[in-house]
Structure formats: structure tokens, C-alpha cells
Design a protein around this ligand. Structure first.
Ligand code: ZN
Length: 669
């Protein structure tokens, strides 16, 4: 499971048009609905040569699987990428025309999505240039590259005809999700009913440790018979998998522990056999390997791309522990009982023995496959239910990516547009990122783990309101404690005022700015957005008489004004107690009322105003990352003597280089 970028980057946008604290170039180019960013691999230079070398080879392994994802996302993607790149590099005509500019944007979008469908919405891109222009350009490319010998009459409709493969992953209820999805997880002609029957028949009756069936294969129909083509060495995608194995083997001697070497050995065994039992064994070894500074994910992992949610897309991330930030989460966890004992919740609902979760904070070193360029800021793996049940999971937050999102948002103009005055803006500028991280830590490490159900309460009694209530509970726990003197005492906040930055951005987000993600006329549906809305609107309403928080109009624009921060903390505490009661008692009716009254409906006038103000800032709703480049310096015997990192490669440059250097799969797989 991955935690996607939540609304927080819109919320924090700490600064006005102030310069960034460091001169690192976080922001890169912008096109269509995308903003490209760079992330800084803080601390890489201070690693040992052994650690750097390990990261180097694991990074190579992370990039070798790129073509797999392209093919998984659609069976024409590799051919289309190769045509587009051939034109992009060899075109000698006018590169200033509207058609050419539209072509460039199209190619950049295809690169970003690892295919011809939108990475998030899944709809097929509409080229902004005409088919005629494209055909004419093809004729001018000399010398004709081999990929221009493709059957264009087969491929051009895939690009230009909106009725051909319109959706990558179709989730519309009532349609044949397999037939109508362009993803390449099922062969041509396989229907949803056939696929479901195929796997239902193979499901063992009562296996307490079932493998994740269908997880690493394409289901195809050959001569009317269904069979799986397994992704493994010498199998489907074998050419790329062989390269991944080679790099894992080169990384192996540089592991810091024997345990991690066993992880790599098991992963290679799984890549060779494709055996899903071996994969479960690997997952257990992987989640138990926690002492190493360097860690990685490499493999078929998340199933969001398969409309039936069984088959996993290929991804990789290489990372190392952020020791400073991890110390922060460990400090909170070590004091978990203190926080539980002092919360404003009714003692009947408190845990006598609470254990904090010390989530590891990591620094990403490279992103690959389905984590590139669009990525996650938190990862919780493995996905196997029984492995999680019996062995637990590894949960990480990716500190340097969150940081890059925050830094890039500086100067976006959001702060200037939506924060009420200079004084508040300065406060957010100074403490915004810090307190936002702390709030996330409190939410993850303590909030979710606090409190208990009364005996006999069904954990599912809040039904559809369960997630909004649970997320709200964890958020409120974080809001209540981010203002506590205990945090200053623990050295986690610098002073007694810093928390105000979090209070302001939280209220502003819940009341105003998160609405930029909602289309006009629609309600709030997503659980995290509902929880922020119900918290913000509830305290607004309950602090009305004392004017604790207000929405005020200044020169026709609506702003949040917080008049009494201490009283606001009191209200958060009151609501925390009530939400905990709802959860502990399983009070469905109260949950429904709270969420429906405060968390769902949108004031159309405010919504319209927020959308207009946001529109004028010309910000991109989606962001992704350019990877750094690692260069191995070798002595005359070929031994690595240092690994250098650089951040100068451009977006198109990187994509073209990856297509050259990690060109591991044939056109048709
Ligand atoms: Zn949560």
C-alpha cells in the first residue's frame, strides 16, 4: 500500500515569494497538468564507500525494469514511445510551430505516465497535433529508423482514435472491466468473467497462508484455453528481469548484514522461478531486515493498475534511513504511554498499555518503475494479508520527497493568496514544515494506535463512516498534542508558539484550500478530505459564540482568522474525546451525523471563490520527480573507488537516456 501525496502540500506552501532556504533547484519544468521537481539526496556524500556502492548497484537494478511497466500499462506503449522518441531526436523541420509544441507536450506526458494514458485519471491523452501532421512528419524522418517500419495503420488509431483503448484501468461498475481496460495484464479477448472464474477455480479451500494468486503473470487465451504467462527469468519480461538479477548480484557483496544478503538471494530465487511461495518467503525476510541503513523495494508490488486488483505493476525504490528524523519518531514512540495517559479522552476508552509505532523515515536515492516520476510519500509493505497478520509490515515515510514538495510550494503564491496577514505567513514560513512533519508523526506513530474499543463493540460498526472517523481521530490526536508543552520539553518543537503554524494551515485547508480538489457542484467524498472538513467546520461552529475562529471577508476575499489559539486547542481536545467515544462505543448514528453535518457538503459560493483564486495562480495539480544521476568512479582494475551524485540532468534528457540504456524489452511482449 502506498500513501499518495495528500493535500498537505497545498496546505503547507509555507512561504510567500521568499527565496528558498537553500539554492537547490527543487522546481523544474511545467507542462500540461504536471510540475516536475527534483529531490535532494541529503547525506549521500557522508555515506561510506560500501554504502554508496550498494546504492549504486541497487539503483541500476531499479532502472532496469522500466520497460516492464511500460508494457504492463498497454501493449502499444513501447512501440509508441520508440516512434515518438525517434521523431523527437531526428526531426529536422521547424521546431517552433504549434504542432511541434503540442507534439512535445504529448511526448512529455507519455513519458510521465509510462504510457499513453493519464497516470492518475487513466484516460487516454488526446494529442494536440493532427494525424495528418504526424503522418507528414513520419515521411521526413531520415534515415528511416527501424521502428518506423511498424504497421502504422495498426498503431495510429491507438494514438488518435479516442474510441480505441480509451481507459487504461476501467473501474466503472457494470462494464466488463477486463475487456474495457487497455492495461496489458490480460491477453486479448479475455473477459472479466473468464478471469474471475479462472482464479476462483484455483483458490485453495482453506489455506491459512494463501499465495497472492495471479500476482506476477499475464492471463492469456491461446486457442481458446486460458493460461498464465509468468513474469520471470526466461519467461515474460525475462530480458529485463535478467538485467535486474545481474545488478542485484553485483550489489550483494556490499550489503551491510548477512540478513540483507539473504533478502537479495531470495529475491533472485523468486525472479528466477516466479514462484509466489518464494515471494512470500522473500517478503518475510524483507520486512524483518530492519538494521541496515540502506534498504530497497524491487519487484511486482502494487495492484492498482489491474482492474481486478490482482496483478502487480513493477516498481523500485532505493533508500537509506534518515537517522535524525527517525530519532524524532522514536522519541514519540518511547513516550507513547505518557501521551495516552494525558489525552482528554474518557479513561474508559484509553489503553492501559500502549505501544507507539516507530515508523522509519527514509531518504529516497532513486525511483523506478511505477514510483517514477509520479511517486508515493509513504509505503507500507508487503501486501499479503497473511504475512501482515503473522509477521507485520514495514512502514516508511519518505522524508526528502515530502520536503521537496514543501520546498517547491514555496513561492507558489498559495500562502500570499490564502493566509490572512504577514504575521501569520511569517509564522508558517518559520515553523510550517517542521510542525507539519510533527503532526504527521503524531498521527502515524501515536494517533492511530491510541484508544481502545469497549468490550463487545464491533470494529466495523461505523461502516462507511469508519475511515473518515478513524483518520479524524488520528488527526485530532496530532492537533491536540502538537501544541503541548511536552513537545517543547522533548525538544521536538522549538518554542510554545510554533504549533500555531499547524493550526492555521490545518483550519485554512479544511475550510478553504482543500476545495481546489473538488469539482464545482460535487460533495467531498474522500475520507481524508472529509475528516479535515468535519474537524475544521465543527470547531468553527463550536467556537462561534466566543469567536475562537472566524471566516472573514477582506476586499471580497475569504480568509480564516484565528483569534484564540488556546481555545482552539481546547476545542480540538473536546472533539477528540467525542470522536474517541464514537469509535469506542461504535456509535454509528453519531458518526453519520458528525460526518454528514460537517464533512461532506460544500458551500457553493466559497467553493467558487476558492477555485477562482487558485486558478489565477496557475499551479499544476500533479507533480513528479527527475532522478539524480549516480556515476561510479573506478580504478584501473574496475573497482569502484567513489560514487558521485549529480542533479543536472534535464527531464527529456533523462527519459531519452533511460530509453537508450535500459532498453531491455522487445516491441511486442
Ligand atoms: Zn492515517
Amino acid at each position: 500500500m502506498k500513501k499518495a501525496l495528500l493535500i498537505m502540500t497545498i496546505a503547507t506552501f509555507a512561504a510567500s515569494a521568499q527565496a528558498q532556504e537553500d539554492n537547490f533547484p527543487y522546481n523544474n519544468e511545467q507542462f500540461a497538468d504536471i510540475q516536475m521537481l527534483r529531490y535532494k539526496v541529503e547525506g549521500f556524500e557522508n555515506l561510506t564507500l560500501r554504502q554508496k556502492t550498494l546504492i549504486y548497484y541497487l539503483s541500476e537494478a531499479a532502472l532496469q525494469g522500466r520497460d516492464i511497466l511500460w508494457d504492463q500499462n498497454g501493449r502499444y506503449n513501447l512501440r509508441i514511445r520508440r516512434i515518438l522518441e525517434t521523431i523527437y531526436t531526428n526531426y529536422t523541420g521547424d521546431r517552433t510551430t504549434e504542432d511541434w509544441k503540442a507534439f512535445e507536450v504529448y511526448l512529455k506526458r507519455v513519458w510521465f505516465s509510462n504510457g499513453i494514458h493519464h497516470h492518475y485519471g487513466c484516460e487516454k491523452f488526446e494529442p494536440g497535433f493532427s494525424e495528418k501532421w504526424f503522418r507528414d512528419v513520419l515521411k521526413t524522418i531520415t534515415p528511416p529508423d527501424e521502428c518506423l517500419h511498424y504497421d502504422m495503420e495498426e498503431i495510429l488509431p491507438v494514438i488518435f482514435d479516442p474510441t480505441v483503448m480509451p481507459m487504461r484501468t476501467n473501474q466503472r461498475d457494470g462494464e466488463d472491466l477486463v475487456l474495457t481496460s487497455a492495461g496489458n495484464y490480460y491477453g486479448e479477448g479475455v473477459t472479466q468473467a473468464e478471469a474471475e472464474l479462472f482464479y476462483a477455480q484455483r483458490k485453495p479451500a482453506d489455506d491459512p497462508c494463501p499465495i497472492m494468486m495471479g500476482y506476477n503473470s499475464r492471463l492469456v487465451k491461446e486457442n481458446g484455453v486460458l493460461r498464465e504467462k509468468v513474469w520471470r527469468e526466461h519467461g515474460l519480461y525475462g530480458q529485463a528481469i535478467t538485467k535486474i538479477i545481474e545488478n542485484l548480484q553485483q550489489a550483494r557483496p556490499y550489503c551491510e548484514t548477512e540478513r540483507q544478503q539473504r533478502v537479495i538471494d531470495k529475491l533472485i530465487e523468486y525472479y528466477r522461478t516466479g514462484d509466489l511461495r518464494t515471494f512470500d518467503e522473500y517478503s518475510i525476510l524483507w520486512l524483518q531486515a530492519t538494521e541496515d541503513l540502506v534498504d530497497f523495494v524491487n519487484g511486482f508490488t502494487e495492484t492498482y493498475g489491474d482492474p481486478l486488483g490482482m496483478k502487480a505493476s513493477w516498481e523500485s525504490i532505493v533508500n537509506f534511513k534518515d537517522l535524525e528524523a527517525t530519532a524524532r519518531t522514536e522519541k514519540l514512540s518511547a513516550n507513547a504511554q505518557w501521551f495516552e495517559d494525558h489525552s482528554p479522552v474518557d479513561p474508559r476508552f484509553k489503553k492501559e498499555n500502549v505501544k507507539g509505532i516507530s515508523a522509519k523515515v527514509i531518504t529516497a536515492a532513486i525511483l523506478g518503475g511505477d514510483l517514477y516520476p509520479s511517486t508515493a510519500i509513504g509505503i507500507n509493505l508487503p501486501n499479503s494479508d497473511w504475512v501482515r497478520r503473522d509477521y507485520g509490515s514495514k512502514s516508511v515515510t519518505i522524508g526528502n520527497l515530502t520536503d521537496a514538495y514543501n520546498k517547491s510550494a514555496r513561492g507558489s503564491g498559495m500562502g500570499k493568496e490564502f493566509v490572512i496577514d504577514k504575521e501569520t505567513l511569517d509564522l508558517i514560513e518559520r515553523y510550517g514544515d517542521l510542525c507539519d512533519d510533527l503532526h504527521t508523526d503524531l498521527h502515524e506513530c501515536l494517533g492511530h494506535g491510541s484508544g481502545k474499543l469497549l468490550p463487545g463493540t464491533d470494529p466495523d460498526s461505523l461502516k462507511a463512516y469508519g475511515s473518515a472517523i478513524e483518520e479524524g481521530r488520528a488527526d485530532l490526536f496530532g492537533l491536540y498534542y502538537v501544541a503541548d508543552p511536552k513537545l517543547v520539553e522533548l525538544g521536538l518543537t522549538p518554542n510554545a508558539d510554533a504549533y500555531k503554524s499547524q493550526y492555521y494551515t490545518y483550519m485554512q485547508n479544511g475550510l478553504l484550500t482543500q476545495l481546489v480538489r473538488i469539482k464545482p457542484g460535487q460533495n467531498i467524498e474522500e475520507a481524508h478530505m472529509r475528516n479535515r472538513a468535519f474537524i475544521a467546520h465543527w470547531v468553527l461552529e463550536h467556537g462561534k459564540a466566543d469567536k475562537v475562529v472566524e471566516l472573514v471577508k477582506i476586499k471580497g476575499k475569504t480568509y480564516v482568522r484565528i483569534n484564540d489559539y488556546e481555545a482552539l486547542r481546547g476545542l480540538f481536545g473536546e472533539l477528540l474525546a467525542e470522536v474517541q467515544r464514537i469509535k469506542s462505543e461504535g456509535d454509528y448514528e453519531a458518526a453519520r451525523k458528525l460526518v454528514e453535518t460537517y464533512g461532506v457538503k460544500v458551500d457553493p459560493a466559497i467553493h467558487r471563490e476558492v477555485l477562482e483564486r487558485y486558478e489565477r495562480l496557475h499551479l499544476s495539480p500533479y507533480k513528479g520527480f527527475i532522478n539524480p544521476v549516480y556515476t561510479a568512479l573506478r580504478d584501473s582494475n574496475g573497482n569502484i573507488i567513489d560514487v558521485r551524485i549529480s542533479y543536472t540532468e534535464g527531464y527529456a534528457e533523462q527519459m531519452l537516456r533511460y530509453s537508450r540504456e535500459y532498453n531491455n524489452l522487445p516491441d511486442v511482449n
